[in-house]
Design a protein around this ligand. Structure first.
Ligand SMILES: NC(=O)c1ccc[n+]([C@@H]2O[C@H](COP(=O)([O-])OP(=O)(O)OC[C@H]3O[C@@H](n4cnc5c(N)ncnc54)[C@H](OP(=O)(O)O)[C@@H]3O)[C@@H](O)[C@H]2O)c1
Length: 267
């Protein structure tokens, strides 16, 4: 299956950092050509230069704020204009918001829902028909361990990842017999700037974590096996089983200790 990706094109959203940049590195090493999408042009350009010199692949950079109105329409039009046929879509761009209600702006939550849910779903629905027509193609959707349970002080993010998980699992079954694979990837804590951006600086350093390299390597192995869901790391996998067995109210209460603001812990 991975050998079918050689010399074909992948679109990676959120390729300027963390897990997305690592997908770019590992897919280029497999022989894919890449469309790199994010807002930060210098990071995308630097990655494109690195990958072109290492792997002699084609790398197209498209700078795009995916939450802007009509962003997905414009992105797909640009990809068509450049004559690119996508064999793989990696729906990776997303962000989290950690904090109490009063400290969180409604606009930021709206943006989160737009990027993590609406943009991912729209891109999937725009790319899938072509893949189904051709009878081959794959989509990797980044969900999360938090997609398996509600997480206090990070409720909108965890719920967005539950959407990604359920959406991907359902579509995967619909399209499987037509030669197309859809994989939901569920990493636990991973060493990227994610938690700093989410509003929990320093949080990552206090918890055990996986590298982006491991997340991407494990997920590509799962794609090769045409798996529909992959949880990264056996401890994380066990956690997904445990949360199904204990009462839901307890699961949510337990989640409070991860992101509860310090002043509340002292009460
Ligand atoms: N790190 C973790 O612990 C963890 C755990 C589970 C799941 N995940 C998931 O893994 C995926 C990658 O996260 P990461 O950890 O690699 O985080 P990251 O390093 O912060 O990367 C997020 C990427 O999304 C892009 N992005 C953010 N807003 C965007 C926008 N409006 N338009 C276009 N691109 C945008 C960012 O690029 P620009 O800023 O340049 O736009 C960046 O490339 C996410 O789906 C996340 O939910 C992460």
């Amino acid at each position: 299956m991975l050998k079918d990706l050689v010399d074909r094109w992948a679109l990676i959203t959120g390729a300027s950092s963390g897990i997305g940049a690592e997908y770019a590195r590992q897919l280029a090493a497999l022989g894919m050509h890449l469309v790199l999408v994010a807002r930060r042009q210098p990071e995308l350009e630097a990655l494109a230069v690195e990958l072109k010199s290492k792997h002699a692949c084609h790398c197209e950079v498209i700078v795009c704020d995916l939450v802007a109105p009509q962003a997905v329409t414009q992105l797909m039009a640009e990809i068509n204009r450049r004559g690119i046929l996508l064999e793989l879509l990696v729906n990776n761009a997303a962000f989290g918001v950690v904090g109490e209600v009063e400290e969180t702006s409604g606009e930021r939550i709206q943006e989160l829902i737009q990027l993590n849910i609406a943009v991912l779903a729209e891109l999937t629905y725009r790319v899938l028909p072509g893949m189904l027509d051709r009878g081959h193609g794959s989509i990797i959707n980044l969900s999360s361990l938090s997609g398996f349970q509600p997480v206090a002080y990070m409720g909108a993010y965890a719920a967005s990842k539950a959407f990604v998980l359920h959406f991907s699992e359902a579509l995967a079954v619909e399209v499987r017999s037509r030669g197309v694979s859809i994989l939901a990837v569920c990493p636990g804590v991973t060493r990227t700037p994610f938690f700093d951006i989410a509003g929990a600086p320093g949080w990552l350093q206090k918890h055990s974590s996986h590298s982006p390299e491991l997340v991407v390597k494990t997920s590509l192995k799962a794609l090769d096996r045409r798996r529909q869901v992959i949880v990264i790391g056996w401890r994380n996998y066990l956690l997904t089983l445990v949360v199904r067995m204990i009462p839901r109210t307890r699961v949510v209460r337990e989640s409070m200790r991860y992101f509860r603001p310090r002043r509340k812990e002292q009460k």
